[in-house]
Design a protein around this ligand. Structure first.
Ligand code: COA
Length: 137
């Protein structure tokens, strides 16, 4: 049986992974965003354990993804790719035409493999460098 299952989860379910992977030095509240209430949160379970999360936020016909993270011990195994492809397919099925994100510069190479391209100058949030990236759906 495939050990991987992807499903919609609640905002509360994604917070621990967001916090421990993305902003471990900040208070837990830091990883919540006001839009979470209205977002779609997808979780990838490996052997029934939640290991990778991503959140989607609609804005007209655009969809933004935020707070994409895989637990460190599960990174580099293709799980994030599975989850991102699922998120892209979901967005296409829902009729969105463009997907975008504020991407950490470290992750740009990863996103480029999925057809995302930069559309901004570099900018910083805290000490971390980002670019805005997008792809048509
Ligand atoms: C970015 C992130 C969500 C991707 O999730 P992931 O589960 O590691 O994703 P994948 O395993 O599919 O791909 C990650 C890397 O592993 C490689 N990989 C994928 N499958 C692999 C496999 N079977 N064997 C070896 N390597 C593999 C990919 O080529 C990719 O390489 P890259 O680092 O050169 O881009 C995850 O690495 C992460 O949480 N990083 C820290 C937080 C972060 O930067 N989040 C993004 C903010 S914009």
């Amino acid at each position: 049986m495939d050990p991987i299952e992807i499903q919609k989860v609640n905002a509360d379910d994604v917070m621990d992974i967001r916090h421990s992977v993305l902003w471990p030095d900040k208070p837990r509240e830091f990883v919540k965003v006001p839009e979470d209430e209205n977002g779609i949160h997808l979780g990838l379970y490996f052997d029934s354990i939640l290991v990778s999360v991503i959140s989607l936020f609609a804005d007209g016909r655009n969809i933004r993804f935020r707070k994409f993270a895989t637990l460190p011990e599960k990174q580099g195994k293709g799980l994030g790719s599975r989850l991102l492809l699922h998120a892209i397919a979901h967005a296409q099925a829902e009729g969105y035409t463009r997907m975008w994100c504020d991407a950490r510069t470290d992750a740009l190479g990863f996103y480029e493999r999925f057809g995302f391209k930069k559309f901004s100058e570099p900018f910083f949030k805290e000490q971390i460098e980002y670019y805005k990236i997008e792809r048509m759906l």
